[in-house]
Write a protein that binds this ligand. Structure first.
Ligand code: ARG
Ligand code: ZN
Ligand code: CA
Length: 253
C-alpha cells in the first residue's frame, strides 16, 4: 500500500434554482481545499499554535474527481440533477432519485458528495455518514451549496471549504473534538479533552477547559469558522487511515 491514499470523488449537484447549480470551478475549489487540508498544505497551517504544531499531521490522503463512472465511461466526476425539492433536510432524500435526489455511485468505490440546499436548516451546513453506520446506499457526505468550495456561492464565514473537510473527517470515522458531551472523549489521544464545541473565532489562546491547557479550537473537527480552523492531528490521521484500510478497503483499489 502506497503511503499516499487517493480517493475518487463524485460530486452530485442536486439543484432547484439555477444559482444552486454551482460551477465546475467552484467544485474544483473544494477538491483543492480537501487536498490542501488533508496534506497539511493549507496556507494557514502557520496559524496552528506552537503548542499544537508537533501533533499537526499530513494525513497522506488525497482526493480526485472520478475519471470513470461505475460503468467505465469517462466522466468529469460531477453529476447535475434538477429537482423540485426546494429544501432538503438531514434525511437522506437527496441520495435517491425516487425522492428528488440522485442515487449514489457505488459507495465502496467512490466518496459521494451531494451538494444541496438546506433552506430551513441554515445551521446544518452539512452532514457525513460514519463508516459501517448506515446503508451503503446513503454513504457519503452532504454539504449546502453556500458552504462548498471557496468561490461562486460560497458564503462567509464558511467559505473556505472546511465544512467538507469536517464532514469527510466524519466519513473517515472522526468524532467531534469535544466527544459530543461535556469533556467527552473523541477517541483520539492527542486532541485535548475539551468541554464543548467552540464557535465563531475565539480571540484568545490558550483557551482552557476541563483539565486541558487549551482547547484545540482550530481543529477541523471543532465548530469554529472556516478561517479559524487549520489542523488534523497525528491521532486523527491514524483513525482516518485505519478507517480507509479496514472499513473502506474498496476505495484503495
Ligand atoms: N455543523 C456541521 C457538522 O456537525 C459542520 C460544521 C463545519 N464547520 C465549519 N467551520 N465549516 O457536521
Ligand atoms: Zn460534525
Ligand atoms: Ca481527545
Amino acid at each position: 500500500l502506497a503511503d499516499v491514499i487517493t480517493i475518487p470523488v463524485v460530486v452530485h449537484v442536486v439543484y432547484n434554482e439555477q444559482t444552486q447549480n454551482i460551477s465546475d470551478a467552484q467544485i474544483a475549489s473544494q477538491i483543492e481545499v480537501l487536498n490542501k487540508d488533508f496534506r497539511r498544505l493549507n496556507t494557514d497551517a502557520g496559524k496552528t499554535p506552537a503548542m499544537f504544531k508537533g501533533v499537526a499531521a499530513d494525513t497522506e490522503i488525497e482526493f480526485v474527481l472520478a475519471k470513470r463512472t461505475p460503468d467505465g465511461e469517462t466522466t468529469t466526476g460531477i453529476t447535475r440533477t434538477q429537482t423540485s425539492v426546494t429544501d432538503f433536510a438531514v434525511d437522506d432524500k437527496m441520495k435517491f432519485s425516487s425522492s428528488g435526489g440522485k442515487d449514489a455511485w457505488n459507495t465502496e468505490k467512490y466518496l459521494n458528495i451531494w451538494v444541496v440546499h438546506f433552506a430551513a436548516f441554515e445551521d446544518v451546513l452539512g452532514y457525513g455518514q460514519f463508516p459501517n453506520s448506515g446503508s451503503p446506499l446513503t454513504d457519503g457526505v452532504v454539504v449546502d451549496y453556500r458552504y462548498f468550495g471557496t468561490t461562486g456561492t460560497a458564503t462567509a464565514p464558511f467559505n473556505k471549504g472546511r465544512t467538507t473537510t469536517h464532514e469527510v473527517g466524519h466519513w473517515l470515522n472522526l468524532f467531534h473534538i469535544w466527544g459530543d458531551e461535556d469533556c467527552g472523549d473523541d477517541a483520539v489521544a492527542d486532541t485535548p479533552t475539551q468541554e464543548t464545541e467552540n464557535v465563531g473565532c475565539p480571540s484568545t489562546f490558550p483557551l482552557p477547559s476541563c483539565d486541558n491547557v487549551s482547547d484545540m479550537y482550530m481543529n477541523y473537527m471543532d465548530y469554529t469558522d472556516d478561517g479559524c480552523m487549520n489542523l488534523f492531528t497525528a491521532g486523527q490521521k491514524a483513525v482516518m487511515r485505519s478507517a480507509l484500510i479496514n472499513l473502506r478497503p474498496g476505495l484503495l483499489t
